[in-house]
Design a protein around this ligand. Structure first.
Ligand SMILES: Cc1cc2nc3c(=O)[nH]c(=O)nc-3n(C[C@H](O)[C@H](O)[C@H](O)COP(=O)(O)OP(=O)(O)OC[C@H]3O[C@@H](n4cnc5c(N)ncnc54)[C@H](O)[C@@H]3O)c2cc1C
Length: 379
């Protein structure tokens, strides 16, 4: 029998699931309270990596994520070359002390099978001829890393899923869910409709928490979206800026103290803080000074960026499980409702879609998901 699967949310996780589930023969409907890619996935740096991920099981999960994108490029006809830019990334060290720390990090990563090697200053200069190496002592090259143009990825995946029979319904906000899978949603014209698929998969990012609250479940992710109503601040906002188009001569992703740089889909460059992960509150006025700071830092590294300006600023709200790492598990003993919530979702999307499709359709839990169940929050 062909199972009916409802996927709630059309970000990187939902689009990847739609493709993978239909590829395996499921009848899939995807709903989103807005359009494809209107949540966190629209405000991501898109760095594909397993670099500095803790604990080690999470590092492994991210390595599998990277491999899944490579597999998609090599084996699946979903236009991966258009959105997976595996250009390698270089982490710069500004002093001999930080280069020594980088050497230690590289040797640890390499001992766990991660491709990484130290670059001398001359090697950095040759790899990045437009970079001003005046304040660079050396660097580390991670050749398997790169960036994903998440919007193009989701468009390809959703189109492929539709070609395989999926239906996408935008502007359907899920307002109620029961653990036997009955799902109620409101439509743009104010009507409500209910469905009861064989399986419902929550891929609603920060929307998972309020949806599961309607089923009486306290879902262990940070309550970012309702911080105002609870009177608490949950600073989980990251800042992504993009410049106007520019021929900057940037060949790799660059991670330097204070700024990370990569090519952008508009022909400019995209910047974020580095090391990535600064967490701001939505209403912190200092947020609006960050784009200028990021551009100044990038211009010091790449004088070619002096002819460009900031064209776009996005505040992205991270999807953060309480302990920082992925949740992928059934919710409730009925096994009708499955939930995925994750940071690093761009790196992980392909692997999670693969593993979750196996679990939902065949009942086999991928061993890499072992540590990422809900039982870890039980106590
Ligand atoms: C600043 C920043 C930088 C990042 N950088 C990286 C990076 O370099 N590399 C990396 O791998 N990851 C990165 N991430 C993390 C990554 O972007 C996220 O993990 C990923 O986008 C989460 O995708 P998602 O599909 O789970 O959620 P979302 O993209 O939020 O998608 C959820 C969808 O569900 C919909 N929805 C919500 N509520 C409802 C409802 N009630 N009914 C119906 N639909 C609903 C929303 O409209 C949305 O479209 C970054 C995140 C941020 C914020």
């Amino acid at each position: 029998m062909t199972p009916n699967v409802l996927v709630i949310g059309a970000g990187v996780i939902g689009c990847s699931l739609a493709f993978e589930l239909t590829r395996r023969g499921a009848a899939v409907t995807v709903v989103d309270s807005a359009e494809v890619m209107s949540g966190t996935s629209s405000a991501t740096f898109g760095w594909i990596n397993a670099n500095k991920k803790k604990p080690v099981e999470y590092e492994l999960l991210n390595m599998l994520g990277l491999e899944a994108h490579e597999r998609a490029r090599d084996e699946r006809n979903i236009g991966t070359a258009d959105w997976f830019h595996q250009i390698g990334s270089i982490e710069l060290a500004a002093s001999t002390d930080s280069l020594a720390a980088l050497e230690e990090k590289v040797s640890q990563l390499a001992s766990r099978g991660y491709k990484a090697r130290i670059l001398t200053r001359a090697e950095v200069e040759s790899a990045e001829p437009s970079l001003d190496v005046l304040n660079v002592a050396g660097g580390a090259l991670y050749p398997k890393e790169g960036w994903i143009d998440a919007l193009t990825m989701c468009s390809h995946l959703m189109n492929a899923a539709r070609a395989q029979g999926a239906t996408f319904k935008p502007f359907r906000r899920v307002i109620g869910l029961t653990l036997d899978g009955e799902t109620t949603m409101s439509t743009a014209d104010g009507l409500t409709e209910s469905v009861k698929p064989d399986v419902t998969i929550l891929a609603a990012g920060n929307g998972n928490r309020p949806i599961l609250a309607s089923a009486g479940i306290g879902f262990p992710t940070r309550p970012t979206l309702d911080w105002a109503s609870t009177g608490h601040e949950y600073p989980s906002v990251g800042i992504i800026t993009t410049t106007s188009p520019v021929d900057a001569g940037i060949r790799h992703m660059i991670h330097s103290p204070g700024v990370a740089i990569r090519p952008a889909r508009n022909g400019g460059v995209t910047l974020t803080d580095a090391p990535t992960g600064a967490q701001w509150s939505h209403d912190d006025p200092r947020v609006w000074g960050v784009p200028t700071l990021l551009l100044e830092r990038a211009q010091k590294l790449y004088p070619s960026l002096k002819s460009t300006t900031t064209e776009n600023v996005t505040l992205g709200t991270r999807v953060l499980p309480d302990d920082g790492v992925t949740i992928a598990d059934w919710v409730g003993e009925e096994q009708k409702v499955y939930a995925i919530a994750t940071h690093s979702g761009v790196t992980l999307a392909g692997h999670l879609a693969d593993a979750v499709a196996s679990e939902v359709l065949d009942g086999t839990r991928h061993e890499s998901l072992g540590p990422f169940g809900l039982d870890r929050f039980a106590s």
